[in-house]
Design a protein around this ligand. Structure first.
Ligand code: FRU
Length: 499
């Protein structure tokens, strides 16, 4: 097999990556060194640094034969690229190295586990010639944080390790963790005989040799069809399952993205390793969020990143030498039985140029001196001044100039917050709007809006709900304006985010 594929990728990315200036990329969101990025992989803390790998095709800004790109950071915001970590260079993974996860072995080695495609990608599931469709197998690579060697015992899991009815063509995204007893568990996504997703649990003493334990959870078609990128952990005493279901049906205001995101929270019986979900929610209610992965930071925080992209709907403009971004890493917690998120606290160290305005009561338009910018952290609290006669609608417009804007609008009577990027500069009939039913019926709404060059992430009421979207608006559109139909009162704190 061509072992040069890794060297080629490394040569290519060095040259192509160096041609892309830092100002052409997001300032504090990870994007690929060059070419294409999708899912976060191997998110872990190793030898004093956060490591974040990513699904990567260095040669073009579109999805193709997958590699693992690699970056490290000390604060989860400034990322330094390391050489491409994995390429599809073995007989058993020549069709691509798909998503997976990482951990540190007791002997200090960094273990990566990924899905290999055992044939070149000429056919995809559902293709007429199913012989051309690769099987998906699980493989290991071991390394020192920069160089990784594929394990000589690969693949570590194949079709033989599937339970009856498990489809070898959809068997991917291994998520591993170490138990308190010091052995290992893995969850893998798989399609079962009813055509929808199930999660398989495997165990291992050493991270290399794996045995099937049981079907951990079956979707039964309740949330979408096939499931991708599972993640399971305990948080604040609860079991939390994060997963990316494909082909979801919308329910109320949730799950409108087709290929979406889901969080199940419930009890976990350690003896029997049984997870019993008690509630379900969308992780993100915006447009661009998929394939999340978490890690446990050394200080005990559970931190999540996701691919900041709707897999069905690309806003790609065709001109960028790179495409794809991660969300800002987010700290997770369980409150009132639900998943809450907020940007990692490290973000506060990027803040400068604080502008604070309190108690502005207005109706109609309102602009505030100094409140503008495209790399900002903006906190806005909106209050109803007369509960018997609340304002009808509040609007926050940003990334704005004479031609463009993106807006958040809130109607207190309906408690609906809408994100709309129709006028963000897109020239395609892609999804431009999402609405979110704000859970807390309040006469006060708190928004924290994180803007980077090409994205917005809106944390609602301290992170109880989140809406994420990409926007490729020209960078000189940096105006911000408030508008109220009726009388509203706002407090505003704005910070520039300077890398
Ligand atoms: C999710 C996904 C994974 C797969 C990877 C391939 O976006 O489809 O299931 O491992 O992307 O790039």
């Amino acid at each position: 097999m061509e072992t040069d594929r890794l060297l080629n990728a490394r040569e290519f990315e060095k040259q192509a990556g160096d041609r892309i200036g830092p100002e052409e990329k997001p300032a504090f969101h990870l994007s690929p060194r060059c070419g294409w990025l999708n899912d976060p992989n191997g998110f872990s803390f190793y030898n004093g640094k956060y490591h974040l790998f990513y699904q990567y095709y260095p040669y073009d800004s579109r999805w193709n034969s997958m590699h693992w790109g690699h970056a490290v950071s000390e604060d989860l915001l400034h990322w330094e690229y390391l050489p491409c970590a994995l390429a599809p260079d073995q007989e058993y993974d020549k069709g691509g190295v798909f998503s997976g996860s990482a951990l540190t072995l007791p002997d200090g080695r960094h273990l990566l586990i990924y899905t290999g495609l055992d044939r070149e990608l000429t056919g995809m599931p559902g293709a007429e010639d199913m012989d051309a469709v690769p099987n998906q197998i699980q493989c290991v690579a071991l390394g020192d944080g920069t160089e990784y060697e594929k394990y000589e015992g690969n693949p570590v899991l194949t079709a033989r390790d599937l339970p009856t009815g498990g489809d070898p063509v959809d068997f991917r995204d291994p998520r591993i963790w170490r138990t308190e007893e010091g052995d290992y568990r893995m969850l893998c996504a798989n399609r079962n005989e009813d055509g929808t997703g199930q999660l398989l649990l495997y165990k291992s003493e050493d991270g290399l040799s794996w045995q099937f334990v049981k079907v951990f959870y079956k979707n039964h078609g309740r949330y979408g069809l096939m499931w991708e990128c599972p993640d399971f952990f305990l948080l604040d005493g609860r079991g939390v399952l994060l997963v990316s279901p494909m082909d979801m049906l919308p329910e109320g205001f949730e799950f409108h993205n087709g290929n979406g995101n889901l969080c199940l929270i419930g009890s976990f019986d350690r003896q029997t390793e049984t997870f019993t979900p008690e509630s379900a929610q969308a992780v993100d209610s915006g447009i661009d969020f998929y394939a999340s992965q978490t890690m446990l930071a050394p200080d005990g925080r559970r931190i999540m990143v996701a691919w900041m992209q709707n897999p069905d709907c690309s806003t790609y403009r065709g001109a960028l030498p790179w495409y794809g971004q991660m969300t800002i890493p987010r700290e997770l917690e369980i409150r009132d039985g639900r998943l809450w998120q907020r940007p990692v606290r490290e973000l506060e160290s990027l803040r400068s140029g604080h502008i604070s305005v309190r108690g502005i009561t207005f109706s109609g338009e309102c602009a505030l001196a100094g409140v503008s910018g495209r790399r900002i952290d903006l906190e806005v609290t909106i209050r109803v001044t007369d509960p018997l006669n609340p304002y009808h609608k509040f609007i926050l417009r940003f990334a704005r100039n004479d031609r463009y804007y993106t807006q958040l609008s809130f109607r207190p009577r309906e408690n609906v917050l809408k994100l709309d990027r129709k006028f963000s500069g897109t020239r395609r009939a892609v999804i431009n709007q999402r609405r979110c039913l704000v859970r807390r019926p309040m006469t006060e709404l708190k928004l924290r809006v994180i803007l980077d060059r090409y994205s917005v992430e809106v944390f609602i009421n301290d992170g109880e709900q989140v809406m994420t979207a990409l926007l490729y608006t020209d960078q000189d559109a940096e105006g911000i304006m408030f508008y109220a139909d009726g009388e509203a009162c706002i407090d505003v704190d704005k910070y520039d985010l300077i890398g």
